[in-house]
Design a protein around this ligand. Structure first.
Ligand code: ZN
Length: 151
């Protein structure tokens, strides 16, 4: 996607997240982490989380990749940190729908915050995997966390 194709707000917010990512770094030993790769673009993102009392207590990511993958991971940490696991998983589903061009409700759109700006990625199918990489990695972790609670 060429940056000229994006509107000014989108461009500024995406570049700001990519250049100054939120919650980029490692968590302590108690964290669970999961790495996902997007071979078509070369993005590699490792998401780490600590779930406490059914809520995302800590959330961070490391890795490298294109602007969209880095910005999206940063936006995800801002949108989902401190949310209850069930709510976070619902928002991951909403984000995935939005990024493939579906309309999502206003409440979810607000909850996604800056990440809702990535809706325009739907126009560029080749970049959808870049945008969803971190979200899918976190979903995998939350799924595991949920199954552990029932053991
Ligand atoms: Zn990418």
């Amino acid at each position: 996607m060429s940056l000229d194709q994006m509107n000014e707000l989108y461009r500024e917010v995406v570049l700001d997240h990519a250049q100054h990512p939120h919650h980029k770094g490692h968590l302590g030993q108690e964290s669970l982490h999961f790495t996902m790769e997007n071979p078509t673009c070369g993005d590699v993102i490792d998401v780490a989380t600590v779930v406490k009392d059914g809520q995302i207590d800590q959330l961070a990511f490391t890795g490298a990749g294109c602007t969209i993958s880095q910005a999206s991971a940063s936006m995800m940490t801002v949108a989902l940190l401190h949310r209850p696991v069930a709510e976070a998983r619902r928002l991951i589903v909403s984000f995935s729908k939005m990024i493939t061009g579906a309309t999502i409700n206003d409440q979810d759109q607000r909850a996604l915050g800056d990440a809702s700006l990535l809706a325009s990625v739907a126009e560029f199918p080749a970049r959808i995997k870049c945008a969803t990489l971190a979200w899918h990695a976190l979903d995998e972790l939350l799924q595991r966390e949920g199954s552990q609670e029932h053991e």
